[in-house]
Write a protein that binds this ligand. Structure first.
Ligand SMILES: Nc1ncnc2c1ncn2[C@@H]1O[C@H](COP(=O)(O)OP(=O)(O)OP(=O)(O)O)[C@@H](O)[C@H]1O
Length: 222
């Protein structure tokens, strides 16, 4: 058994006619400290796969086990807690809250139980330093460049020391130089934190920075 096991994952979306099969028999296994890029053209099901891995979407059939736990067996709010503590998400368009500072944005995932603890604030500052934004800690997203915003999103994704980092086109909106910087940063932090990282992308440049690559074709991981 690996730290992450995905077995025969199938995802269909209902339509007025035949259901649309987006994933079929997708299998993968990953261990702590490993990273994987999944490449596929637009519409091939990359985001759907990532959402199933992140327990944001339930698969039609098949299973996901993270540290031996199948999240789809959990009821809310245990599922929300599992997602919050075990999984870090990075999206193409950062999803930062415009009215909050860099520090506050990084702390958002810790606020479910009320005010951020001193420990969380220390960890947020450590991560903001790690992504090179200490001098911007009080800035709002609108006062940052696109690459800087994505660095904040990377720091935020790591706040709970997640076991699994999921990145959906993390460099999709960035120019080549910034894309390379974010790719490198993600991989460095993932290795430092001994997390698993799965990124879906159509960028070969990004995929080539990863230790392993798979393609998503016709709903199958090859
Ligand atoms: N909620 C939904 N209901 C019905 N069909 C959906 C739904 N979500 C996605 N799809 C369809 O599933 C297919 C895969 O979508 P998905 O977003 O996973 O692809 P993708 O590889 O991430 O694409 P892109 O690179 O363009 O973001 C597409 O044909 C899409 O139209």
């Amino acid at each position: 058994m690996s730290d992450l096991d995905v077995v025969s994952l199938r995802k269909e979306y209902p339509t007025r006619g035949e259901p649309l099969v987006v994933l079929q028999q997708a299998d993968l296994a990953l261990n702590a400290g490993e990273n994987l890029a999944i490449i596929g053209p637009s519409g091939s099901g990359k985001s759907t796969l990532l959402y199933c891995l992140g327990a944001l979407e339930s698969p039609t059939s098949g299973g996901v086990a993270l540290d031996g736990q199948n999240p789809f067996e959990l009821a809310e709010p245990q599922l929300a807690d599992f997602r919050n503590r075990k999984i870090g998400f990075i999206f193409q368009d950062h999803h930062l809250l415009p009215q909050l500072s860099v520090l506050e944005n990084v702390l958002v995932p810790t606020l479910a139980g009320g005010a951020a603890s001193n420990e969380a604030v220390e960890r947020a500052k450590y991560l903001i330093d790690g992504v090179g934004l200490t001098s911007r800690i009080s800035h709002r997203p609108a006062e940052l460049s696109g690459g800087e915003r994505q660095r904040v999103a990377v720091a935020r994704s790591l706040i709970h020391q997640p076991r699994l980092l999921l990145a959906d086109e993390p460099t999709g909106n960035l120019d080549r130089t910034n894309a390379e910087t974010i790719g490198r940063l993600l991989l460095d932090l993932q290795s430092q934190e001994n997390a698993m990282l799965i990124a879906v992308t159509h960028s070969m440049e990004l995929a080539e920075m990863f230790a392993a690559r798979r393609s998503l074709d016709d709903g199958r991981l090859t």
